[in-house]
Design a protein around this ligand. Structure first.
Ligand SMILES: Cc1cc2nc3c(=O)[nH]c(=O)nc-3n(C[C@H](O)[C@H](O)[C@H](O)COP(=O)(O)O)c2cc1C
Length: 367
Protein backbone atom coordinates (compact mmCIF):
# COMPACT_ATOMS: atom_id res chain seq x y z
CA UNK A 1 0.00 0.00 0.00
CA UNK A 2 1.27 3.54 -0.70
CA UNK A 3 2.39 5.42 2.44
CA UNK A 4 0.07 8.38 1.87
CA UNK A 5 -3.68 7.69 2.05
CA UNK A 6 -4.59 7.74 -1.66
CA UNK A 7 -8.11 8.81 -0.81
CA UNK A 8 -6.92 11.96 0.89
CA UNK A 9 -6.51 14.18 -2.16
CA UNK A 10 -6.04 17.91 -2.61
CA UNK A 11 -9.81 18.19 -3.07
CA UNK A 12 -10.23 17.00 0.54
CA UNK A 13 -7.93 19.77 1.71
CA UNK A 14 -9.53 22.53 -0.33
CA UNK A 15 -13.07 21.60 0.72
CA UNK A 16 -12.43 20.28 4.24
CA UNK A 17 -14.01 16.91 3.41
CA UNK A 18 -13.13 13.38 4.42
CA UNK A 19 -13.72 11.67 1.05
CA UNK A 20 -13.24 13.15 -2.43
CA UNK A 21 -16.70 12.08 -3.52
CA UNK A 22 -18.96 14.79 -4.92
CA UNK A 23 -22.67 14.08 -5.00
CA UNK A 24 -24.53 15.98 -7.68
CA UNK A 25 -28.20 16.00 -6.70
CA UNK A 26 -31.37 18.02 -6.99
CA UNK A 27 -32.52 16.75 -3.61
CA UNK A 28 -31.61 18.76 -0.49
CA UNK A 29 -31.93 15.72 1.79
CA UNK A 30 -29.43 13.76 -0.33
CA UNK A 31 -27.03 16.72 -0.35
CA UNK A 32 -27.18 17.16 3.42
CA UNK A 33 -26.79 13.41 4.04
CA UNK A 34 -23.80 13.16 1.69
CA UNK A 35 -22.05 16.12 3.33
CA UNK A 36 -22.75 14.79 6.81
CA UNK A 37 -21.31 11.42 5.73
CA UNK A 38 -17.95 13.03 4.89
CA UNK A 39 -18.47 13.58 1.15
CA UNK A 40 -19.25 16.82 -0.71
CA UNK A 41 -22.48 17.81 -2.43
CA UNK A 42 -23.47 20.12 -5.22
CA UNK A 43 -27.14 20.94 -5.37
CA UNK A 44 -28.59 21.22 -8.90
CA UNK A 45 -30.39 24.58 -8.94
CA UNK A 46 -30.89 25.17 -12.65
CA UNK A 47 -34.61 24.65 -12.33
CA UNK A 48 -35.02 27.05 -9.40
CA UNK A 49 -36.03 30.68 -9.18
CA UNK A 50 -33.52 32.95 -7.43
CA UNK A 51 -35.84 33.00 -4.39
CA UNK A 52 -35.92 29.19 -4.28
CA UNK A 53 -32.13 29.09 -4.47
CA UNK A 54 -31.86 31.38 -1.43
CA UNK A 55 -34.34 29.22 0.50
CA UNK A 56 -32.60 25.96 -0.48
CA UNK A 57 -29.16 27.27 0.39
CA UNK A 58 -30.35 28.50 3.77
CA UNK A 59 -32.01 25.14 4.47
CA UNK A 60 -28.82 23.31 3.54
CA UNK A 61 -26.68 25.58 5.71
CA UNK A 62 -28.92 24.81 8.68
CA UNK A 63 -28.46 21.07 8.14
CA UNK A 64 -24.71 20.75 7.61
CA UNK A 65 -23.23 22.64 10.55
CA UNK A 66 -20.85 25.06 8.81
CA UNK A 67 -19.51 22.58 6.25
CA UNK A 68 -18.95 23.60 2.63
CA UNK A 69 -21.28 22.80 -0.26
CA UNK A 70 -21.91 23.86 -3.83
CA UNK A 71 -24.66 24.58 -6.32
CA UNK A 72 -24.79 23.79 -10.02
CA UNK A 73 -26.08 26.21 -12.66
CA UNK A 74 -25.92 26.03 -16.45
CA UNK A 75 -25.07 28.75 -18.97
CA UNK A 76 -25.87 27.30 -22.40
CA UNK A 77 -25.19 29.52 -25.40
CA UNK A 78 -28.08 28.29 -27.52
CA UNK A 79 -31.18 29.30 -25.58
CA UNK A 80 -33.15 32.52 -26.00
CA UNK A 81 -32.14 35.68 -24.09
CA UNK A 82 -35.57 35.96 -22.60
CA UNK A 83 -38.81 34.19 -23.44
CA UNK A 84 -41.85 32.92 -21.61
CA UNK A 85 -42.46 29.17 -21.74
CA UNK A 86 -45.79 29.79 -23.43
CA UNK A 87 -44.03 31.74 -26.18
CA UNK A 88 -41.57 28.88 -26.63
CA UNK A 89 -44.36 26.29 -26.71
CA UNK A 90 -46.01 28.33 -29.47
CA UNK A 91 -42.73 28.26 -31.45
CA UNK A 92 -42.18 24.45 -31.36
CA UNK A 93 -41.43 23.35 -34.94
CA UNK A 94 -44.55 21.92 -36.58
CA UNK A 95 -43.01 18.65 -37.87
CA UNK A 96 -41.70 17.49 -34.50
CA UNK A 97 -44.85 18.68 -32.72
CA UNK A 98 -47.01 16.63 -35.08
CA UNK A 99 -44.76 13.57 -34.60
CA UNK A 100 -44.97 13.85 -30.79
CA UNK A 101 -48.75 14.13 -31.00
CA UNK A 102 -48.80 11.07 -33.25
CA UNK A 103 -46.75 9.10 -30.68
CA UNK A 104 -49.27 9.99 -27.97
CA UNK A 105 -52.20 9.05 -30.25
CA UNK A 106 -50.70 5.70 -31.33
CA UNK A 107 -49.97 4.77 -27.73
CA UNK A 108 -53.26 5.99 -26.34
CA UNK A 109 -51.50 8.36 -23.98
CA UNK A 110 -54.00 10.93 -22.73
CA UNK A 111 -53.28 14.65 -22.22
CA UNK A 112 -51.52 15.35 -18.90
CA UNK A 113 -53.74 16.18 -15.94
CA UNK A 114 -51.42 19.00 -14.87
CA UNK A 115 -49.27 21.63 -16.57
CA UNK A 116 -46.00 19.83 -17.43
CA UNK A 117 -43.48 20.42 -14.65
CA UNK A 118 -40.71 20.81 -17.20
CA UNK A 119 -42.31 24.02 -18.51
CA UNK A 120 -40.92 25.83 -15.50
CA UNK A 121 -37.25 24.89 -16.04
CA UNK A 122 -34.85 27.77 -15.40
CA UNK A 123 -32.35 27.14 -18.17
CA UNK A 124 -34.66 28.15 -20.97
CA UNK A 125 -33.63 31.81 -20.68
CA UNK A 126 -30.18 33.33 -20.42
CA UNK A 127 -31.43 36.20 -18.26
CA UNK A 128 -32.76 33.80 -15.63
CA UNK A 129 -29.41 31.98 -15.41
CA UNK A 130 -27.76 35.34 -14.72
CA UNK A 131 -30.26 36.16 -11.97
CA UNK A 132 -29.53 32.73 -10.44
CA UNK A 133 -25.83 33.52 -10.52
CA UNK A 134 -26.41 36.89 -8.84
CA UNK A 135 -27.95 35.21 -5.79
CA UNK A 136 -25.18 32.62 -5.71
CA UNK A 137 -22.68 35.47 -5.45
CA UNK A 138 -24.76 37.32 -2.85
CA UNK A 139 -25.05 34.17 -0.76
CA UNK A 140 -21.31 33.48 -1.13
CA UNK A 141 -21.98 29.83 -1.90
CA UNK A 142 -18.62 28.06 -1.40
CA UNK A 143 -18.65 26.36 -4.83
CA UNK A 144 -20.56 27.28 -7.97
CA UNK A 145 -20.27 24.63 -10.68
CA UNK A 146 -21.23 25.27 -14.26
CA UNK A 147 -22.74 22.15 -15.82
CA UNK A 148 -22.93 23.69 -19.30
CA UNK A 149 -21.16 26.75 -20.71
CA UNK A 150 -17.85 28.39 -19.78
CA UNK A 151 -18.02 29.89 -16.26
CA UNK A 152 -14.95 32.09 -16.93
CA UNK A 153 -17.05 35.28 -16.97
CA UNK A 154 -17.77 35.07 -13.23
CA UNK A 155 -14.50 33.65 -11.91
CA UNK A 156 -13.22 37.06 -10.78
CA UNK A 157 -16.47 37.99 -9.00
CA UNK A 158 -16.56 34.60 -7.27
CA UNK A 159 -12.93 34.73 -6.17
CA UNK A 160 -13.45 38.23 -4.77
CA UNK A 161 -16.07 36.68 -2.48
CA UNK A 162 -13.90 33.71 -1.47
CA UNK A 163 -15.89 31.27 -3.62
CA UNK A 164 -14.67 28.49 -5.92
CA UNK A 165 -15.81 28.05 -9.52
CA UNK A 166 -15.88 24.62 -11.14
CA UNK A 167 -16.44 23.85 -14.79
CA UNK A 168 -17.78 20.59 -16.18
CA UNK A 169 -16.33 19.61 -19.56
CA UNK A 170 -16.54 16.76 -22.04
CA UNK A 171 -13.67 17.79 -24.34
CA UNK A 172 -10.01 18.61 -23.79
CA UNK A 173 -10.21 21.90 -25.68
CA UNK A 174 -13.16 23.02 -23.58
CA UNK A 175 -11.10 22.17 -20.49
CA UNK A 176 -8.22 24.28 -21.83
CA UNK A 177 -10.50 27.32 -22.22
CA UNK A 178 -11.92 26.95 -18.73
CA UNK A 179 -8.52 26.36 -17.15
CA UNK A 180 -7.27 29.51 -18.86
CA UNK A 181 -10.27 31.35 -17.41
CA UNK A 182 -9.07 30.34 -13.92
CA UNK A 183 -11.56 27.73 -12.69
CA UNK A 184 -10.67 26.15 -9.35
CA UNK A 185 -11.49 22.59 -10.38
CA UNK A 186 -12.40 20.97 -13.63
CA UNK A 187 -14.88 18.12 -13.89
CA UNK A 188 -13.85 15.85 -16.76
CA UNK A 189 -16.97 14.00 -17.73
CA UNK A 190 -17.12 11.00 -20.04
CA UNK A 191 -19.87 9.75 -22.31
CA UNK A 192 -20.88 7.12 -19.73
CA UNK A 193 -22.48 9.90 -17.68
CA UNK A 194 -26.11 10.73 -17.06
CA UNK A 195 -27.47 13.85 -18.62
CA UNK A 196 -25.90 16.18 -21.15
CA UNK A 197 -22.51 14.84 -22.01
CA UNK A 198 -20.00 14.61 -24.87
CA UNK A 199 -18.72 11.79 -27.06
CA UNK A 200 -15.47 10.91 -25.31
CA UNK A 201 -15.52 8.12 -22.72
CA UNK A 202 -14.53 8.64 -19.08
CA UNK A 203 -11.40 6.51 -19.51
CA UNK A 204 -10.07 8.91 -22.15
CA UNK A 205 -11.30 12.32 -21.04
CA UNK A 206 -9.97 12.15 -17.47
CA UNK A 207 -6.27 11.62 -18.35
CA UNK A 208 -6.61 14.01 -21.32
CA UNK A 209 -7.77 16.79 -19.01
CA UNK A 210 -5.30 15.83 -16.30
CA UNK A 211 -2.50 16.22 -18.83
CA UNK A 212 -3.25 19.95 -19.21
CA UNK A 213 -4.65 20.81 -15.77
CA UNK A 214 -1.38 21.55 -13.94
CA UNK A 215 -2.20 22.04 -10.24
CA UNK A 216 -5.92 22.49 -10.79
CA UNK A 217 -7.80 19.48 -9.40
CA UNK A 218 -9.50 17.27 -11.96
CA UNK A 219 -12.70 15.59 -10.86
CA UNK A 220 -13.74 12.49 -12.83
CA UNK A 221 -17.35 12.01 -13.87
CA UNK A 222 -19.32 9.53 -15.90
CA UNK A 223 -20.32 6.07 -14.74
CA UNK A 224 -18.78 6.33 -11.26
CA UNK A 225 -20.92 4.17 -9.00
CA UNK A 226 -18.56 1.91 -7.00
CA UNK A 227 -15.34 2.14 -5.05
CA UNK A 228 -13.54 0.45 -7.95
CA UNK A 229 -14.57 3.35 -10.18
CA UNK A 230 -13.27 5.73 -7.52
CA UNK A 231 -9.93 3.88 -7.40
CA UNK A 232 -9.79 3.92 -11.21
CA UNK A 233 -10.49 7.66 -11.28
CA UNK A 234 -7.70 8.39 -8.78
CA UNK A 235 -5.33 6.22 -10.83
CA UNK A 236 -6.29 8.15 -13.97
CA UNK A 237 -5.15 11.34 -12.27
CA UNK A 238 -8.36 12.67 -10.75
CA UNK A 239 -8.48 14.27 -7.31
CA UNK A 240 -12.03 13.07 -6.80
CA UNK A 241 -15.24 11.92 -8.46
CA UNK A 242 -18.45 13.73 -9.41
CA UNK A 243 -21.45 11.43 -9.31
CA UNK A 244 -25.13 11.81 -10.24
CA UNK A 245 -26.82 8.49 -10.97
CA UNK A 246 -25.45 6.99 -7.75
CA UNK A 247 -27.86 8.95 -5.53
CA UNK A 248 -31.10 8.74 -7.51
CA UNK A 249 -32.41 5.55 -5.88
CA UNK A 250 -31.07 6.34 -2.42
CA UNK A 251 -33.46 6.18 0.53
CA UNK A 252 -33.37 9.98 0.98
CA UNK A 253 -33.86 10.80 -2.71
CA UNK A 254 -37.12 12.47 -3.71
CA UNK A 255 -37.19 10.69 -7.09
CA UNK A 256 -40.59 9.10 -7.78
CA UNK A 257 -40.69 5.53 -6.41
CA UNK A 258 -41.70 4.17 -9.84
CA UNK A 259 -38.53 5.66 -11.35
CA UNK A 260 -36.43 4.32 -8.47
CA UNK A 261 -37.75 0.86 -9.33
CA UNK A 262 -36.82 1.35 -13.01
CA UNK A 263 -33.32 2.46 -11.98
CA UNK A 264 -32.79 -0.52 -9.69
CA UNK A 265 -33.94 -2.89 -12.43
CA UNK A 266 -31.84 -1.29 -15.19
CA UNK A 267 -28.58 -2.75 -16.45
CA UNK A 268 -25.71 -0.76 -17.95
CA UNK A 269 -27.23 -1.51 -21.36
CA UNK A 270 -30.54 0.17 -20.55
CA UNK A 271 -29.46 3.77 -21.10
CA UNK A 272 -29.59 5.69 -24.37
CA UNK A 273 -27.47 8.59 -25.61
CA UNK A 274 -29.74 10.71 -27.75
CA UNK A 275 -31.00 14.23 -28.39
CA UNK A 276 -34.63 13.11 -28.41
CA UNK A 277 -35.23 14.07 -24.78
CA UNK A 278 -33.91 17.64 -24.61
CA UNK A 279 -32.59 18.58 -28.05
CA UNK A 280 -29.02 18.25 -26.70
CA UNK A 281 -27.39 14.83 -26.64
CA UNK A 282 -27.98 13.34 -23.24
CA UNK A 283 -27.94 9.94 -21.57
CA UNK A 284 -31.20 8.76 -20.03
CA UNK A 285 -32.93 5.47 -19.20
CA UNK A 286 -34.32 3.85 -22.33
CA UNK A 287 -38.09 4.19 -22.74
CA UNK A 288 -40.73 4.10 -25.48
CA UNK A 289 -40.02 7.76 -26.38
CA UNK A 290 -36.46 6.80 -27.43
CA UNK A 291 -37.71 3.92 -29.54
CA UNK A 292 -40.22 6.19 -31.31
CA UNK A 293 -37.57 8.78 -32.25
CA UNK A 294 -35.26 6.00 -33.48
CA UNK A 295 -37.83 4.82 -36.07
CA UNK A 296 -36.78 5.42 -39.71
CA UNK A 297 -39.79 7.66 -40.38
CA UNK A 298 -39.15 9.88 -37.31
CA UNK A 299 -37.99 13.45 -37.98
CA UNK A 300 -34.75 14.70 -36.40
CA UNK A 301 -35.54 15.89 -32.87
CA UNK A 302 -36.24 19.61 -32.56
CA UNK A 303 -33.43 21.82 -31.21
CA UNK A 304 -33.27 22.75 -27.52
CA UNK A 305 -35.37 23.84 -25.75
CA UNK A 306 -38.25 22.79 -28.05
CA UNK A 307 -37.62 19.03 -27.88
CA UNK A 308 -37.63 19.19 -24.08
CA UNK A 309 -40.99 20.94 -24.16
CA UNK A 310 -42.35 18.15 -26.37
CA UNK A 311 -40.94 15.43 -24.16
CA UNK A 312 -42.00 17.29 -21.01
CA UNK A 313 -45.64 17.01 -21.96
CA UNK A 314 -45.34 13.25 -22.65
CA UNK A 315 -43.43 12.78 -19.40
CA UNK A 316 -46.17 14.56 -17.45
CA UNK A 317 -48.82 12.32 -19.05
CA UNK A 318 -46.75 9.25 -18.21
CA UNK A 319 -46.61 10.22 -14.53
CA UNK A 320 -50.20 11.41 -14.37
CA UNK A 321 -51.56 8.23 -15.98
CA UNK A 322 -49.00 5.76 -14.55
CA UNK A 323 -47.62 4.82 -17.97
CA UNK A 324 -44.23 3.43 -16.98
CA UNK A 325 -43.15 2.64 -20.54
CA UNK A 326 -42.80 6.40 -21.12
CA UNK A 327 -41.03 7.12 -17.80
CA UNK A 328 -37.35 7.90 -17.95
CA UNK A 329 -34.69 9.76 -16.00
CA UNK A 330 -31.17 10.94 -16.70
CA UNK A 331 -28.99 7.94 -15.87
CA UNK A 332 -25.40 6.95 -16.57
CA UNK A 333 -24.06 3.56 -17.59
CA UNK A 334 -23.13 2.90 -13.97
CA UNK A 335 -26.84 2.45 -13.25
CA UNK A 336 -26.31 -1.31 -13.55
CA UNK A 337 -24.40 -1.22 -10.25
CA UNK A 338 -27.38 0.24 -8.40
CA UNK A 339 -29.32 -2.75 -7.18
CA UNK A 340 -30.93 -1.68 -3.88
CA UNK A 341 -32.28 1.43 -2.20
CA UNK A 342 -29.59 2.32 0.32
CA UNK A 343 -29.31 5.28 2.70
CA UNK A 344 -26.82 7.91 1.52
CA UNK A 345 -24.47 7.29 4.45
CA UNK A 346 -24.20 3.64 3.44
CA UNK A 347 -23.58 4.53 -0.20
CA UNK A 348 -20.65 6.67 0.91
CA UNK A 349 -19.22 4.10 3.31
CA UNK A 350 -19.64 1.22 0.82
CA UNK A 351 -17.82 3.23 -1.83
CA UNK A 352 -14.97 3.99 0.57
CA UNK A 353 -14.70 0.34 1.70
CA UNK A 354 -14.71 -0.86 -1.92
CA UNK A 355 -12.05 1.72 -2.74
CA UNK A 356 -9.67 0.29 -0.14
CA UNK A 357 -10.50 -3.29 -1.25
CA UNK A 358 -9.63 -2.30 -4.82
CA UNK A 359 -6.39 -0.70 -3.67
CA UNK A 360 -5.50 -3.82 -1.70
CA UNK A 361 -6.11 -5.89 -4.86
CA UNK A 362 -3.84 -3.60 -6.85
CA UNK A 363 -1.12 -3.50 -4.21
CA UNK A 364 -1.34 -7.24 -3.60
CA UNK A 365 -2.22 -6.99 0.09
CA UNK A 366 -4.21 -9.71 1.82
CA UNK A 367 -6.19 -7.10 3.82
C1 LIG B 1 -31.32 13.01 -12.71
C2 LIG B 1 -30.14 13.81 -13.13
C3 LIG B 1 -30.28 15.14 -13.42
C4 LIG B 1 -29.18 15.89 -13.81
N1 LIG B 1 -29.33 17.24 -14.00
C5 LIG B 1 -28.25 17.99 -14.18
C6 LIG B 1 -28.33 19.42 -14.17
O1 LIG B 1 -29.41 19.98 -13.97
N2 LIG B 1 -27.21 20.12 -14.35
C7 LIG B 1 -26.01 19.50 -14.53
O2 LIG B 1 -25.01 20.19 -14.68
N3 LIG B 1 -25.88 18.16 -14.55
C8 LIG B 1 -26.97 17.41 -14.37
N4 LIG B 1 -26.85 16.05 -14.33
C9 LIG B 1 -25.55 15.43 -14.60
C10 LIG B 1 -24.72 15.31 -13.33
O3 LIG B 1 -24.33 16.57 -12.89
C11 LIG B 1 -23.46 14.51 -13.55
O4 LIG B 1 -22.63 15.22 -14.42
C12 LIG B 1 -23.67 13.10 -14.06
O5 LIG B 1 -24.76 12.51 -13.40
C13 LIG B 1 -22.41 12.26 -13.84
O6 LIG B 1 -22.52 10.99 -14.38
P1 LIG B 1 -23.09 9.73 -13.56
O7 LIG B 1 -24.55 9.93 -13.47
O8 LIG B 1 -22.69 8.58 -14.39
O9 LIG B 1 -22.47 9.75 -12.21
C14 LIG B 1 -27.92 15.27 -13.95
C15 LIG B 1 -27.77 13.92 -13.67
C16 LIG B 1 -28.86 13.19 -13.25
C17 LIG B 1 -28.66 11.73 -12.92
Amino acid sequence: MPRKDPLHTKLCDSLGIEYPIVAFTHCKDVAAAAINAGAFAVLGQTQCTPEQIVANVRWLREHIGGKKFGIDLVFPASVPEQASVDELVAQIPAEQKAYAEDIARRHNLPEPKKRPEIYDLGWMEKSRALRQLEVALEERIPVVASGLGNPGFFVEAAHARGMQVWGLVGRQRQAKRELEAGVDAIIAQGNDAAGHTGNVGTFSIVPQVRAIAGDTPVIAAGGVTTGRHLAGAIALGAAGVWTGTLWLASRESDVDMRVKELLIKATGDDTRYSDCVSGFTMRTLDCQWHREWARPEAPRPAPAPYQLLLFGKIKQSAFDWDRREFMTEAAGQGVGFITTMKPVRQIVSDMVDEFYDAMADVCGEDD
